[in-house]
Design a protein around this ligand. Structure first.
Ligand code: ADP
Ligand code: MG
Length: 858
């Protein structure tokens, strides 16, 4: 029907532009055809059906053409109707006005019906409910003589039994209830029509009763059933409620129920939607009869977000809700600690409103606003405390550690100044520092040259070369006449550091010693003596360094390697030994930013974000236990090329409960059955220090080619010839830990391999391991680990510095954390002692008090 299309272009009608459309369109555009025709019909009616003249044609000829050239979307009967309309409009000019009006009306009606029939049933708007005045406002009226520190046992309506049960939840005072945040919410604010109900989701509907039936269960005489058949404009639904107990089975009671829900009555129903053979249904929902669909809902729950609290034996959900509701009036009792200007600037709602709304949100949006405010507060207090700690730390006086000669970074050759210790050290190294190492070293150098103590965290992926940076820093301290300490989390690592230092420091005429738990008493005495009289310049050790008899003559710098293995308290204990040493902490566990900000917000952070050149990427694969022969073949092939292999196991001894291969058994099997011609070493935490050292040396020098080990190799062991890392039961390790282990290989120039052996049955675990196969970016892996396992697991149980956050999540609330950090920094910068922020100072003091109390209880 190209004619229609053509006509639209070549038939400029006589009707003025803007009055009638220029012409009909063909099947290509139904919407336009409809719109143009409807517009013409409307105009014709408005002008009294006088057969309006357009610019190029009359209304009647335009309409007749339209009906002749109809869109393809018209069905065959519709086409015959169109044909008769076309004929009728062809004679329109000869009809009386009354008949013209009749024709136009019929035509418009037909088009209207046709249009509706074409549209997929237009979605019906969800119902509306009128809820009793905003519940978040209601409790404000009064708190019935309650105070924040009223014991719950004295709360009206709470007897000794209930008080004891609340105490079991840790709820003693009224304020505790206010901060006993719901674990979850039933979203009854989700108002829908019946046709839109989704099984598995909570919802509220407003519907009318078709029929109601209350009867005794045919199978159980003690059970009565109420069945409601409901409908709204979109569909029908069955609702059942069950009543257990004899008292519900009397005919009188059943009749009474039926009378409650007469046919035609409007009801609001909230509950969990279930699937049934007859479609979605509600089982045991909340039901309220409404006087009319617009009547006020009396229920405290229907149509709202209903809080779900952690419960305890003997304390039901409704009872606890009611008790919490009783203290909400107290929320308004405290002034908002956050100045109005900050609240406005960052769109934070008032704290009192947030406290009420977190318990009784009217809808998801209000809940979100409430949560954002309370999460912000948690982070803000944390960040304020960190900012102040930082400020306080910086206000102390530390020795200025500056090389007298003021040498460069060692990379600058040809200067006339006498080379510094650091310069000479860097000359000893068989490689130049990477750009990242140089940058971090110069950060450290300028920190040390200031009288404020340095508090710096160096983050760098495994193998990025943090050790040489640490040694250079220690040499700066030595050159300035101070002593330096390098603390490592394990003996193995401390010994390894010491071995490295032993290769370099004697050449620089710097004295050094190792102090660990297994240092013999005589050696120890001698060493402590040298430390006090200043003979000993660099001390390497484990946490044995923290013990009381260890005293320095002039401690200038403390380097803590793999600092995530140490708690904040341990760190501070060491600091207390010096006048006020500078502090350099290093970590290879890339900490996700949210965690780093929460834990180390008081530290400056430098990043070694570049690996030494020539490193080959590590090829990572996931294998099932049944593919172990491939592992053995790879080890054999690599050893033949002069490389070495680690086999890491999660446990030392076979446990009856957990079916894991033990290191001992694996070692025996590998040595006796698989590699009888090779030397297979065994390293685990229960070995004595000498044995450990012997095993490591054998592996480092190559007299042993395969090292079976528990996770003691995780941190820092450095054997560049190792090119295979096999990890048994990889699913039992966290991703960050696996990444650390993997970092033990790929340190030389040979291509390296990491084989993750898993039991193959756990799809989730397998998926987690695939993250490692796909990524070698420690930060991305750490983020993923945080998402998958949460902060506690990521940091390990030894990390005690995690803040206690009731509501905030380090995984989900990163942006609020950043905001809180910015605000905290601005506040502290403008008002270091919080003299003009009384509310915040008070909140901070209260928090510290709570922490002290909690620490005392533990
Ligand atoms: P980590 O950052 O994991 O503690 P290490 O300090 O143990 O890493 O360094 C890993 C390996 O890289 C060591 O063998 C070290 O000697 C070597 N290394 C460090 N810096 C460089 C560099 N700039 N160029 C080449 N190799 C380097
Ligand atoms: Mg290291």
């Amino acid at each position: 029907m190209a004619g229609g299309q053509q006509q639209a272009e070549t038939n400029p009608g006589a009707i003025p532009a803007g009055d009638l459309p220029a012409g009909a369109t063909g099947e290509l555009n139904t919407e336009r055809w409809l719109r143009d025709l409807q517009q013409a019909l409307r105009l014709e009616v408005e002008r009294g059906c006088g057969d309006l003249m357009g610019r190029q044609q009359s209304f009647s000829s335009f309409a007749a053409e339209c009906w002749q050239t109809v869109p393809l979307s018209l069905q065959s009967e519709e086409r015959s109707q169109a044909q008769s309309f076309a004929e009728a409009f062809a004679t329109y000019g000869q009809l009386s006005v009354a008949r013209r009006q009749g024709l136009v009306r019929r035509c418009r009606q037909w088009l209207h019906d046709w249009q509706r029939s074409r549209q997929p049933s237009t979605p019906v708007a969800p119902p509306r409910l009128r809820l009793a005045s905003d519940p978040s406002q209601a409790p404000r009226r009064g708190s019935g003589g309650l105070k924040l520190d009223t014991p719950l046992a004295e709360m009206p309506g709470v007897g000794p039994k209930t008080a004891a049960r609340l105490a079991a939840l840790g709820l003693l005072l009224a304020r505790d209830l206010l901060h006993y945040y719901p674990r979850d919410y039933l979203d009854y604010a989700h108002l829908v029509r019946i046709s839109a109900l989704e099984p598995g989701r909570t919802a509220t509907i407003v519907a009318s009763v078709r029929r109601c039936h209350a009867f005794n269960s045919p199978r159980n005489p003690n059970l009565s059933i109420l069945e409601l058949h409901l409908q709204d404009c979109t569909g029908r639904l069955r609702v059942s409620r069950f009543f257990a107990g004899r008292r519900f089975s009397s005919p009188g009671w059943l009749k009474g129920q039926q009378r409650l829900y007469p046919p035609g009555a409007d009801v609001a129903v909230s509950g969990l939607v279930k699937d049934s053979p007859y479609g979605p249904c509600f089982q045991d929902p909340l039901i309220e009869v409404l006087e009319d669909p617009r009547a006020l809902v009396r229920s405290e729950q229907i149509g709202r977000m209903v809080p779900v609290y952690g419960l305890t034996e003997g304390l039901g959900a409704d009872r606890l809700r009611q008790i919490v509701a009783g203290v909400l009036g107290l929320a308004a009792a405290q002034p908002d600690p956050l100045p109005l200007a900050i609240r406005q600037q960052h769109a934070l709602i008032e704290r009192a409103d947030a406290l009420v709304a977190i318990h009784r949100p009217t809808d998801a949006a209000q809940l979100q606003a409430a949560r954002r405010r309370l999460v912000f507060d948690e982070f803000l207090l944390l960040q304020l405390a960190l900012c102040r700690r930082r400020l306080e730390f910086r206000s102390r006086i530390a020795p200025v550690l500056q090389c007298p000669a003021g040498g460069g970074d060692g990379a600058t050759d040809g200067t006339t100044t006498t080379p510094t210790l650091v310069d000479r050290f860097l000359d000893l190294l068989p490689f130049p520092l990477t750009g990242a190492q140089q940058r971090v070293l110069s950060d450290i150098r300028s920190d040390l040259a200031r009288p404020q103590p340095m508090a710096r965290l160096v983050q760098g992926d495994v193998g990025s070369g943090k050790t040489v940076v640490a040694l250079a820093a220690l040499l700066i301290a030595v050159e300035a006449g101070c002593q330096g300490v390098l603390m490592a989390p394990t003996e193995v690592l401390a010994e390894q550091h010491f071995a490295k230092i032993g290769a370099w420091l004697p050449q620089l005429h710097v004295s050094s010693a190792l102090l660990t738990g297994s240092t013999p008493a005589a050696r120890r005495r001698e060493l402590l003596q040298d430390l006090i009289n200043g003979q000993l310049q660099v001390l390497v050790g484990t946490h044995a360094l923290l013990e009381d008899p260890v005293q320095f003559q002039r401690l200038g710098l403390v380097v803590v390697d793999e600092q995530h293995r140490f708690g904040v308290r341990q760190r501070n204990r060491l600091l207390a030994k010096g006048l006020q040493p500078h502090l350099l902490t290093m970590t290879a566990t890339p900490i996700p930013r949210t965690l780093a900000l929460s834990l180390h917000g008081d530290l400056d952070v430098s990043q070694i974000d570049e690996l030494p050149p020539g490193r080959q990427p590590i090829r990572t694969r996931c294998l099932r236990a049944s593919q172990r022969h491939e592992v053995h073949a790879l080890i054999r092939e690599q050893v033949a090329q002069g490389q070495r292999a680690y086999v890491v196991l999660p446990l030392v001894e076979e446990s009856e409960k957990i079916d894991l291969l033990s290191a001992v058994a694996v070692h025996r099997q590998l040595q006796e059955e698989v590699f009888p011609d090779l030397q297979v070493g065994l390293l685990h935490g229960r070995l004595g220090s000498d044995d450990k050292q012997r095993v490591l040396t054998a592996f480092a020098t190559g007299s042993c080619q395969v090292l079976v080990s528990t996770t003691v190799v995780e941190v820092g062991v450095d054997v560049p010839e190792a090119s295979v890392m096999v990890i048994e039961h990889a699913e039992r390790f966290g991703l960050a830990q696996l990444h650390q282990l993997r970092g033990r290989v790929g340190r030389g120039s040979a291509a390296s391999h990491c084989l993750l052996i898993h039991d193959g049955n756990n799809a989730m675990a397998r998926q987690r391991l695939e993250v490692l196969v796909g990524s070698s970016d420690g930060f991305a892996i750490a983020e993923m680990d945080l998402q998958l396992r949460g902060p506690g697991a990521v940091l390990g149980t030894r990390q005690s510095g995690l803040p206690d956050l009731a509501l905030a999540s380090l995984t989900d609330d990163g942006s609020v954390l950043e905001l809180a950090r910015d605000v905290a920094q601005a506040v502290i910068a403008a008002d270091p002692n919080l003299e003009h922020h009384g509310g915040l100072a008070k909140a901070l003091a209260e928090q510290r008090q709570r922490q002290l109390e909690a620490a005392r209880l533990n």
